[in-house]
Design a protein around this ligand. Sequence first.
Ligand code: COA
Length: 193
Amino acid sequence: MIRPFQGMVPRIGSRVFLPDSALVLGDVTVGDDASIWFNCAIRGDVNWIAIGARTNIQDGCCLHVTNRKWPLLIEEEVSIAHNVMLHGCTIRRGALIGMSTTIMDGAEIGEGCLVAAGSLVRENFKAPPHSLVAGWPAVVKGPLAEAQRELTSSVWARYVRYKEAYFQDGWAPAEAPVIANPQPGFAEGHPYP
Ligand SMILES: CC(C)(COP(=O)(O)OP(=O)(O)OC[C@H]1O[C@@H](n2cnc3c(N)ncnc32)[C@H](O)[C@@H]1OP(=O)(O)O)[C@@H](O)C(=O)NCCC(=O)NCCS
């Protein structure tokens, strides 16, 4: 379901998979060939959210932001596995966030990082590129091993194939609603609530 909020309409790229059970609301931008899976909540109501091209947000994820302070940026070719909570953080290109992880405001996960399943990433935590991050709370374990690097760099491409298989099965690519008086997003001057 794609819903405007206070005149801010989600901006959706081409061939995006987004079933009805997922909610995308307000100041949210989704890049081409991204996929957002069943029962996700992506709520751009008090700050902006950007999701890069070919990124997948798997089932049951919750993405939110902090008013005035922390938007949420997820770059291209990122995989956000099932049941992840992302709040006001930055995920750089090609990272994999393992299942049931929580990442809090101001944290930044570097390019190509792997965050192990079930981790808790604290506020303002910074992970250098291509590192393994794991634990509750999470720490940097060091550079990725070969198998971990392979896993991290392969999941996003698989998900681009999966969503195409759903399109072949009759699911339609997502389309944003058209409204009478669309308003600019927060980064373009929309007043914060
Ligand atoms: C990280 C992962 C890939 C395991 O990799 P691995 O090469 O087998 O890792 P190892 O078992 O050698 O562990 C490396 C270190 O990370 C720690 N670690 C690994 N997985 C961990 C986890 N989930 N939580 C906490 N610590 C973890 C280990 O204890 C070890 O720590 P140490 O070096 O201090 O002893 C796996 O646990 C994981 O999280 N996979 C992601 C699964 C997922 O969500 N897939 C997406 C579905 S599409």
